[in-house]
Design a protein around this ligand. Structure first.
Ligand SMILES: Cc1cc2nc3c(=O)[nH]c(=O)nc-3n(C[C@H](O)[C@H](O)[C@H](O)COP(=O)(O)OP(=O)(O)OC[C@H]3O[C@@H](n4cnc5c(N)ncnc54)[C@H](O)[C@@H]3O)c2cc1C
Length: 769
């Protein structure tokens, strides 16, 4: 092409661009400015903190399964395994949750000391700073193992290793701060707490009134520039015993001492609790799980500017820091605790269903019980698979903003579901409190998981899809940022660039989603994964449906999505189901496709697809634009109505918990076996004996004889009869519940009466007198 021809073509292209921008894009740009959500500063910081990963593939409508399968299976190093087998095992042996929750109200001093000595508070701190530098997976395994034994101990370990100042310092601290604080946090010389929530600011944490004012003051004998702090926080885990608070507050600089801005914004700083004006020590009683949790206040507490995490430059960046730090904690702490709870519920319910007989039959043989055991087994498998995949993502160095939200909300919801199943299966045995009840403390702990680190309703209804879809979309955030440009011309040019790519993306999504829906995913390109291959095809089908529906949600709801929380929640549920299911098939692949585990995979798939169908139906039934809903229904929902796993599959999964096997062991995972007279150990022994003497039991039933009669008749050996007797005694011990004398009960209640004769104080409530 000659120079002039090329110039003409370039001009023609430039003219066309201008024409398209001015005539076609401009009205759409004007409409979009009104329709798409405008971002507040905190929303923008939340959206910019953290990364997308597998969530983006699932929302794309065309997930690259090879990418998922290439993620390394999480493994423990020798040192990490030794830690689990050594200090973790020892710690669990030192814990007695009944004593801690009902009698002592705290971990015993020797447990605190052991945790410090063995660096349980330094799991995430690098070795170079005195910590253990464990992988996310090892960290999760440690929390999971301890949580299966004691929630108090697990939560005590969780906080310093997640949201405590440790994570914030690691991500944002200055070198001097890291040098000073990390070694002291690692070996427990300092006990941290993280204080964000206040009376008026719970879910809307950014609305806090806790303040810091830049001023001069005295610090270690010298006059320095610093901050005068006032705060009143509540619900703060470890606050009653902490030596350093990671405090979030709003920073003001009315005298312009550090810059021109008067309102600098949310800031995080380290506040040693020995300073004048700091009050800690009072305690809340969260669900009668007696970990250290309480309010803290500060009146005119002075700290130097150097105590701002990250130094002076990080003043006002607290919200972004909190959002980034949340990603790791949310992805590990509560999912690990939930996984422990679900595994324990599954293990004990299966064992109890085997040893407990009614109407002359083990209750586990009854369909009503199987209907609860089956889902419990699959739930345990799927939840642990999702935990593993999330840890693998974190170990690749990713800050998983949306996935950690999915994990936080759905692992704790699944824990609630599992513990409800377990409680129903155990009935009276689980309801009666006492040292031998292995379920009730976990059941009491469920609301803790659902509330902390951002209450689940907000996470499910606002964050998972609300943020996830925008973050993961290849063009949406760019379009929104373009719309926020102050200069009209620049805004239009940038919007035009991304909008047309968006149109082409939507067109491809529409064709893909329709094709997969009408062919039931039969032609979806997926890797050969043996029996699981059809599940991958179906996942691609529903991922495409999710992607197309997301486009419709953006188009018809725009900024209104924030208020349409029920639609947002259901869209988030579709994404969350796909995430849990992809983690489940990935685990099956990582484990070498064990045939015996496949019913659990199949159940998880049937459950997920049924939930997705229901969620999509409900989105369409409530979609504000009825024409769009009708078109989407035709495109996306041909075929059968939602239907979950069938009864035969439920029974197969129930059998996994009813009968010892490698599949059962894999599903339960590492679990502390209990100390000598613990309910869980007594149950385990009874389970083993019932299984071992099954033939004897069947023989006696068929003969209609007692063991003694059978021995006398010569059809049973004395050894067999003795084993049977030991089994019966073990079952008696396992089904027993605790009771208390009047005096013992009075002793238990006296503790509370003495501590709070007038019902305790209420923070922030003025004294009526
Ligand atoms: C045991 C425990 C330990 C904790 N530990 C700490 C800690 O160490 N540090 C710390 O800073 N904080 C901590 N918290 C605070 C915790 O993060 C908050 O409790 C949580 O963020 C919810 O705040 P809230 O309880 O005030 O509920 P609220 O904000 O009053 O919410 C009440 C209900 O409304 C829902 N809701 C609120 N806004 C919306 C919305 N826009 N749309 C739909 N639903 C909405 C919520 O989901 C919730 O269901 C802890 C809390 C507990 C109970």
């Amino acid at each position: 092409m000659t120079g002039s021809r090329r110039g003409e073509t370039a001009m023609a292209a430039g003219d066309w661009d201008r024409f398209r921008q001015d005539v076609v894009t401009r009205p759409i740009h004007g409409w979009a400015r009104g329709a798409l959500p405008s971002l507040s500063a905190t929303e923008r910081e939340a959206l910019e903190a953290g990364q997308t990963w597998w969530d983006a593939d699932l929302l794309s409508g065309d997930p690259d399964w090879n990418k998922l399968l290439a993620v390394a299976k999480p493994r423990l190093s020798d040192a990490e395994r030794d830690f689990l087998d050594g200090p973790c095992e020892t710690l669990c042996g030192m814990l007695d949750d009944w004593r801690i929750n009902r009698l002592d109200g705290d971990l015993p001093p020797e447990v605190w000391q052991y945790m410090k000595d063995e660096k349980f508070f330094g799991l995430i701190i690098p070795k170079s700073r005195g910590g253990l530098e464990f992988s996310a997976f090892a960290h999760s395994e440690v929390v999971r193992y301890i949580a299966g034994r004691s929630l108090v101990a697990a939560i005590t370990v969780m906080v310093p290793n997640s949201l405590g100042p440790g994570e914030l310092l690691l991500q944002f601290g200055t070198e001097a701060q890291k040098d000073y604080w990390l070694p002291r946090l690692a070996d427990g010389r300092e006990i941290p707490a993280f204080a964000l929530t206040s009376e008026e600011a719970g879910s809307d944490a950014a609305s806090m009134v806790d303040s810091g004012v830049v001023c001069k003051g005295e610090w270690e004998g010298e006059e320095v520039l610093g901050i005068r702090l006032n705060w009143s926080k509540r619900y703060i885990t470890l606050a009653p015993v902490c030596t350093v608070l990671g405090l979030a507050f709003k920073l003001y600089d009315p005298d312009g001492l550090i810059g021109e801005e008067e309102e600098i914004g949310i800031t995080c700083a380290l506040v040693p609790t020995h300073l004048d004006g700091v009050e800690t020590g009072r305690r809340h009683i969260p669900s009668q799980i007696m970990f250290q949790n309480g309010p803290t206040t500060g009146r005119d507490v002075f700290i130097p500017l150097d105590n701002i995490i990250g130094g002076r430059e990080c003043a006002g960046h607290g919200w972004m820091m909190l959002m980034s730090a949340l990603a790791a904690g949310r992805g590990i702490s509560l999912p690990s605790m939930s996984s422990a709870g679900v595994a324990l519920a599954a293990h004990t319910s299966g064992a109890y269903a085997r040893i407990r007989q009614q109407f002359g039959t083990p209750i586990g043989k009854m369909e009503g019980i199987q209907a609860r055991l089956g889902p419990l087994a699959a739930n345990a498998y799927a939840l642990d698979s999702a935990r593993r995949l999330t840890c693998a993502g974190l170990d690749e160095g990713r800050a998983l903003a949306v996935i950690s939200g999915i994990m936080k909300a759905h692992s704790t919801y699944r824990m609630r579901e599992a513990l409800d199943d377990a409680m129903d299966i155990h009935s009276g045995k689980a309801v009666i409190d006492g040292p031998s009840n292995y379920l009730l403390p976990l059941h009491r702990g469920v609301p803790l998981g659902i509330t902390v680190e951002g209450a689940n309703i907000v996470t499910r209804n606002l964050i998972i899809f609300g943020q996830g879809a925008i973050r993961a979309h290849p063009h949406m955030l760019d379009e929104m940022l373009a719309l926020e440009e102050r200069s009209d011309r620049l805004s239009l040019a940038r919007f035009d660039e991304h909008f047309w790519k968006h149109v082409s993306h939507t067109t491809r999504t529409l064709i893909r989603a329709t094709e997969h829906a009408w062919t039931d995913g039969r032609y979806a390109q997926v890797p050969d994964c043996g029996r699981a291959t059809p599940i991958y095809r179906q996942m691609t089908r529903w991922s495409a449906a999710l992607a197309l529906t997301s486009e419709a949600v953006f188009l018809f709801l725009g900024g209104g999505l924030k208020r349409k929380e029920m639609i947002s929640a259901r869209m988030g549920d579709m994404l969350s189901e796909l995430y849990f299911l992809s983690a489940t098939v990935k685990r099956w692949e990582d484990d070498g496709r064990p045939e015996a585990d496949f019913p659990l995979v199949q159940f998880s798939a049937e459950r997920a697809f049924a939930q997705i169908r229901v969620a999509l139906d409900e989105v369409l039934a409530n979609f504000p634009n009825r024409w769009a809903a009708a078109v989407l229904r035709v495109l996306l929902r041909p075929g059968r109505p939602a239907r979950g796993p069938d009864d035969a599959l439920v029974k197969e999964c129930s059998d996994v918990l009813y009968t010892p096997s490698q599949t059962r062991d894999r599903l339960v995972g590492r679990m502390f076996g209990g100390c000598e007279r613990d309910g869980i150990r007594v149950l385990g022994e009874a389970f083993e004996r019932v299984v071992a003497t099954e033939r004897t039991t069947a023989k006696l039933r068929a003969l209609g004889m007692t063991p003694d009669e059978a021995v006398r008749a010569g059809v049973l050996s004395r050894d067999e009869s003795d084993d049977h007797g030991r089994m019966m005694a073990a079952v008696q011990r396992a089904i027993a519940v605790d009771d208390f004398s009047q005096e013992e009960l009075a002793g238990l209640l006296a503790g509370y009466r003495n501590a709070a004769p007038d019902g305790g104080a209420r923070q922030g409530v003025p004294d009526e007198s």
